[in-house]
Design a protein around this ligand. Structure first.
Ligand SMILES: Nc1ncnc2c1ncn2[C@@H]1O[C@H](COP(=O)(O)O)[C@@H](OP(=O)(O)O)[C@H]1O
Ligand SMILES: [Mg+2]
Length: 264
């Protein structure tokens, strides 16, 4: 059965992400982060696993019949997964390296994928106290200490010189070539899916990711950005970045662009 993504689900996702953030902050505030290396040698902490547990349990309660894929439970056969029309795709703690460095640039990510498209998502940065959430047919908002901002109501003027955002901890040779081609620009480095959120908030213009990411790293934030008219495309062919269309979970290199920059 196919579901219509409802406003109540979006509100519920915000609550779930905040609970997951609370679980992460318990580890963040303790002396012992319990860092382990995963099979691919990337770090995983007690916080990734605690956040994963909170989200998976809450989603099972919210929508018992919708499957869930998480970075921390990704071993789902392609034969099974390729049948999914709709599913939740989560990265319980994106920016694990930033979490370990304790610079606050990490997020909880929950996306709703509908027929290969990132339809809705929430991105929550507990230390920064910022929660971005949206759905393509409902809109997108930022909840912070200042209250709730409708991201579609922001009037953003595109600057003359593009403001580029890039990874703090994963720098690729492709990016250097891209920046050289683009010429004069301002560059900001920040960890996790927050890069997309800066575009959605009108604080940056382009996020070129000419390096590897997995589908759970991008889905929720792509949904937020595209709910405010931004776009994320495959850097090679300009096609929208899609989900669950191939066995390999790695994304192609991509370029994300803010609405005000697309309109320029
Ligand atoms: N070589 C690689 N292969 C796959 N994913 C990679 C990668 N290098 C970085 N990433 C992904 O990039 C994410 C961090 O993004 P950024 O560099 O923009 O902060 C990591 O998420 P996690 O922290 O959840 O593992 C990781 O999944
Ligand atoms: Mg990640």
């Amino acid at each position: 059965m196919s579901h219509i993504f409802k406003q109540e689900w979006l509100d519920e996702l915000v609550e779930i992400a905040k609970k997951a953030g609370d679980a992460i902050m318990q580890v963040y505030g303790s002396d012992q982060m319990d860092i382990q290396a995963k099979a691919d040698d990337s770090p995983v902490t007690a916080a990734d696993l605690a956040s994963h547990k909170v989200i998976v349990e809450a989603l099972a309660h919210l929508t018992p019949d919708i499957p869930v894929m998480s970075e921390e439970a990704a071993d789902i056969p392609w034969e099974t997964r390729k049948q999914w029309q709709q599913y939740w795709l989560i990265d319980p703690l994106d920016g694990t390296k930033e979490f370990i460095k304790r610079n606050g640039e990490f997020t909880v990510n929950i996306a709703f994928i509908d027929k290969g498209r990132a339809l809705a998502g929430v991105v929550y940065a507990p230390v920064l106290d910022k929660c971005y959430y949206g759905a393509q047919h409902l809109g997108a908002w930022l909840a912070s200490a200042d209250g709730v901002t409708d991201l579609n109501q922001l009037a953003v003027a595109a600057p003359n010189v593009p403001r580029i955002v890039g990874s703090r901890s994963h720098v690729s040779p492709g990016l250097a070539a891209y920046l050289e081609e683009i010429g004069e620009h301002e560059m900001t480095s920040i960890g996790s899916s927050l890069k997309f959120c800066l575009l959605a908030e009108g604080k940056a213009d382009i996020y070129p990711r000419l390096g590897l990411t997995s589908e759970w790293d991008t889905a929720a934030a792509q949904a937020v950005l595209e709910s405010v008219g931004g776009l994320v495309v495959n850097a090679d062919n300009g096609q929208p970045l899609d989900y669950n269309q191939k066995e390999d979970i790695l994304n192609p290199y991509f370029i994300a662009t803010a609405k005000h920059w697309r309109d320029k």
